[in-house]
Design a protein around this ligand. Structure first.
Ligand SMILES: *Cc1c(COP(=O)(O)O)cnc(C)c1O
Length: 401
């Protein structure tokens, strides 16, 4: 029988539960019957091949915006060299239907709504999750309701609005306060509101693990670096690998690397200081706008999980984030600042010996650089304004050896 389980106490809750956390505030995860789970090798889509690993009736159908498969590629030499890891892989989640990995987590929301006959998809988001929910809701004729903090970049809000979502821009002391308040009022109103660390979205992120497993021909990376905010993504990727392990398909579960901006590192601080809880940040000020949870619900449990499993953790400063974004862009990958944090964070972990030089490491490129184009103005670029009559002279100059 499928149910939700507290990751800390093991207490069980109904699968259909509206609240996303256990009564004591601990994160929940989906438990289904995986005893006979196997990969359906002949099936035509990833969702169908791994449908045994999901507790939803229509998981095999995917999400309706086309099958999601994103590239897993060897990083170009200069980037691998800079980070100091030869076997560096990039998982390009910017190639999702709405250009961030959040689409993966929206699939179970669609499956659940269909099963329970729910007609509204509601979420709290700094942008990407709202965009994803808005797009999938539009595809399925559902109403989308998105609560965003008032610092959300206008481009992200416009993309939600364009899909027909109702966007509620909330002014609050900070994102943490806003999130807790919206969730509490939503539950009181009988509305299911998904946040970034709810059990159903976490299920969708398992698909990234399954896909990497296929792309690596059944092999396992040693580390997977995940820019982390609400904690849903990192939990989901890890859960996917754990389930592959339980099914006897891999011999080891990769270690996650917890990556955050130095200006907002509640989880990394807790892990680095050897605590059993996070160190909340009150006034978050970082260009990595997609990872601004300063006090994420369920963060304490993530710190304990990271410590017990030996997950490395590191940060990057604001300058390092821009530099990382530039290095990725100059390698062919335009990512948003949140995704770029991993470059310097993983480099530091390599330099201090936490990661061996011959380790196989995946960087999750979580979202597209076009999500937040204003930031790109911080890069130095070669942009020339030329009068037509000067073109000949300018070209001669440009083609000089
Ligand atoms: C949501 C998001 C993250 C953080 O993921 P969590 O599940 O909140 O930890 C990282 N990068 C991008 C681009 C995101 O949209």
């Amino acid at each position: 029988m499928r149910c939700l389980v507290s990751v800390s106490s093991g207490d069980e809750y109904p699968f259909e539960r509206l609240a996303e956390f256990a009564d004591d505030g601990d994160p929940l995860e989906v438990r289904g019957d995986l005893s006979h789970a196997k990969v359906r090798s002949g099936a035509p889509s990833i969702a169908a091949r791994f449908s045994d690993f999901f507790a939803y009736k229509n998981a095999a159908e995917g999400g309706g915006l086309g099958e999601i498969v994103t590239p897993l590629v060897q990083a170009p030499q200069p980037l691998a060299e800079f980070i100091g890891i030869e076997r560096l892989l990039l998982k390009n989640e910017t190639m999702n239907p709405t250009w961030s990995f959040k689409d993966r987590g929206t699939l179970p929301c669609i499956w659940l709504a269909a099963e329970l006959g729910e007609t509204t998809l509601a979420t709290i988001s700094t942008g990407n999750m709202g965009h994803s929910v808005a797009a999938y809701a539009a595809r399925h004729g559902l109403r989308a309701l998105v609560f965003v903090p008032d610092f959300t970049p206008p481009e992200k809000i416009l993309s939600m609005g364009a899909h027909g979502a109702v966007v509620v821009r909330v002014a609050a002391e900070n994102f943490g306060v806003m999130k807790r308040s919206v969730l509490a009022h939503g539950e009181a109103a009988g509305l299911r509101i998904v946040s970034g660390n709810g059990p159903h979205r976490v299920e969708g992120y398992k698909l990234e693990a399954f896909e990497m497993w296929e792309q690596l021909g059944g092999e396992t990376p040693d580390f997977i670096a995940v820019p982390t905010s609400a904690c849903g993504h990192i939990r989901g990727i890890h859960k996917g690998w754990r389930e592959l392990f339980a099914a006897g398909l891999v011999a080891q579960v990769p270690r996650m690397i917890v990556v955050q901006a130095a200006n907002n590192a509640p989880l990394v601080s807790g892990i680095q200081q050897g605590l059993d809880h996070m160190v909340p940040v009150e006034h978050v000020e970082t260009i990595a706008e997609a990872i601004t949870s300063g006090n994420p619900p369920g963060g304490d449990a993530l710190v304990r999980q990271a410590r017990s499993l030996g997950w490395p953790a590191a940060t990057a400063t604001e300058e390092e984030i821009i530099d990382g974004q530039r290095r990725l862009a100059h390698s062919g990958y335009l990512v948003e600042p949140a995704s770029a944090v991993s470059v310097h964070a993983v480099r530091k972990l390599r330099a201090n010996g936490s990661i061996a030089a011959d380790a196989r490491v995946v960087l999750m490129l979580t979202g597209s650089g076009l999500k937040d184009p204003a930031i790109l103005q911080r890069h130095s670029m070669k942009i020339m304004d030329v009068k037509e009559r000067d073109l000949s002279a300018v070209l001669k100059d440009l083609v000089k050896p």
